[in-house]
Design a protein around this ligand. Sequence first.
Ligand code: HEM
Ligand code: HEM
Length: 191
Amino acid sequence: MPLKGTDTRWGGMAKALHWLMAIAIIGNGVLGWIMHEMAPSMDKLNTYAIHKSIGLTVLALLLVRISWKLLDKRPADEPMPRWQRIAAHATHGVLYLLMLLIPLSGWFYNSVRGYPLQWFKWFNLPALAGKNEGLVELAHLAHESLVWVLVGVLAAHVGGALMHHFRERDNTLLRMIPMARLRQSSNGDTK
Ligand code: HEM
Ligand code: HEM
């Protein structure tokens, strides 16, 4: 599987980053809600530490993904009405913004709470702001609300991908899936 994309399909690197980050983000969201419900214990503290480390990893992968995007070729959109093209691109833009703001708001919340921050018990990271009880509630609300916005935008994103696959029967979903065989398009092109 070539690392770089072509006119008709995503490259291996873009696919790997898309699915790795999708799993990490959705998994970390589920972990966030589970840890929130846990009774105070050592296990809860360890789960918080894992949640924060996964979130920081998402942030680092986002930097790699954006840098790669600047060098990579994006496949042309499958044929679709103009409004759908605009909606899809706007959704992708909002998803990029959320992949940045959710980890940053978590990091900010952690900082104003005065909690320590480590990456998988390997090294420490600095606080984004000083301890500030007055900002704790706002920062928590921001982190949680951004996750709810993500849930809504993801529903549209996944719904759109499934609609293209099952109703339009085009290659939008298949060309993002590693090793998938593309369907014959209207111009006979399956490259
Ligand atoms: C992919 C990135 C992330 C996702 C999807 C995510 C999602 C969530 C969710 C769903 C919760 C539970 C909601 C709640 O407590 O009300 C939560 C809580 C929390 N998150 Fe994140 N988070 C991410 C990244 C981060 C990062 C990078 C940090 C810190 C460096 C962080 C720190 C926290 C903390 C401290 C809480 C606990 C809030 C509390 O109960 O007091 N998160 N997160
Ligand atoms: C947290 C989860 C996810 C995030 C943050 C996310 C984000 C993105 C972004 C930003 C793009 C645009 C890539 C670019 O233009 O550089 C994209 C493309 C795509 N995503 Fe996701 N995605 C997620 C989950 C999913 C899931 C679960 C599916 C499948 C059901 C999916 C299917 C697709 C497809 C098919 C494309 C390619 C669209 C096209 O060719 O125009 N995504 N995703």
